[in-house]
Design a binder for this molecule. Structure first.
Ligand code: DGL
Length: 278
């Protein structure tokens, strides 16, 4: 039987994209995955739109030259809601981005009160306003930006204890007040946050749907790849690699990547890459 190779590059500012990589792996177990964590520029949620638009198309062009993927997945809400058109223009392969799951959250909510929990950058984006206008105009929407939750997800995957006081503190602003008590669906509009799903659940008393976009991204990747190759006849990948831009991974962080199937972890020094100069 003829076998095909296919290779996806999954990109995020840190470990968050692993929540998306897990869904892609579940749906397409024979797809070769390379993972990029742009640790040198994290957190994206605090960077200006101009800074992200200047960096990401150039960085991804460089990474595509280096790794030659068939498809690129921007597994980051902040990057997707800011720079997806510019990234697409810069690359010659298909690019799949993350769309915050506002449409499914609005459909699931019975109280018609939903939360959007993302980075400070994502919750400010015009693109998110447009999604709310289009798909959640019948809902009361509470927007909440958090950098601390990104840090907690990074800490968790570096083997450190998650600080539950911080998690509760970040959620209290959303869940307090008359409207907050009605919240029954929260969009996890940052790919780091599904990595804290258990901690988030444990931090609130009411019953809430916590909705992320991982499965939707995986479905989109499958659809795009199916138009390029026969995804049922892919050769099993040799070894999936995670490339970390910045300081080398601690053993605990490398272990976390291994748990998500990235047995090889390679450090990329920004000053050795042309992108290091911007
Ligand atoms: N994981 C990212 C997102 O989905 C970004 C986290 C950050 O670097 O601020 O938005």
């Amino acid at each position: 039987m003829k076998r095909f190779m296919a290779h996806a590059l999954i990109f995020d500012s840190g470990v968050g994209g692993l929540s998306v990589a897990a869904e892609i792996r579940r749906m397409l177990p024979l797809l070769r995955l390379s993972y990029i964590a742009d640790d040198a520029f994290r957190p994206y949620g605090e960077k200006s739109e101009a800074a992200l638009r200047a960096r990401l198309p150039r960085l991804l062009s460089e990474l595509c030259l280096m790794l030659d993927p068939d498809i690129v997945v921007i597994a980051c809400n902040t990057a997707s809601t800011t720079a997806l058109p510019a990234i697409r223009d810069a690359l010659s392969v298909p690019v799949v981005g993350v769309v915050p799951a506002i449409k499914p959250a609005a459909a699931k909510s019975r109280t018609k009160t939903i939360g959007v929990l993302g980075t400070p950058g994502t919750v400010r984006r015009k693109y998110v306003d447009e999604l709310i206008h289009e798909f959640a105009s019948d809902c009361h929407v509470i927007l909440q930006g958090s950098v601390n939750l990104v840090d907690q997800a990074e800490a968790k995957l570096s083997g450190q204890a998650v600080n539950m006081d911080i998690i509760r503190g970040e959620l209290s602003a959303m869940f307090s007040g008359r409207k907050g008590m009605d919240l029954d669906a929260v969009v996890l509009a940052c790919t780091h946050f599904p990595l804290l799903r258990e901690e988030l659940k444990a931090s609130v008393t009411q019953s809430v749907f916590w909705i992320d976009s991982g499965e939707a991204v995986a479905k989109r990747v499958k659809a795009v790849l199916s138009s390029l190759t026969d995804v049922t006849r892919l050769s099993p990948p040799q070894q999936d690699t995670a490339f970390l831009i910045g300081p080398n991974a601690s053993p605990a962080r490398a272990q976390a990547f291994a748990k998500f199937g990235f047995k090889r972890v390679v450090g990329l020094m920004p000053d050795k890459m042309p992108i290091g100069k911007i």
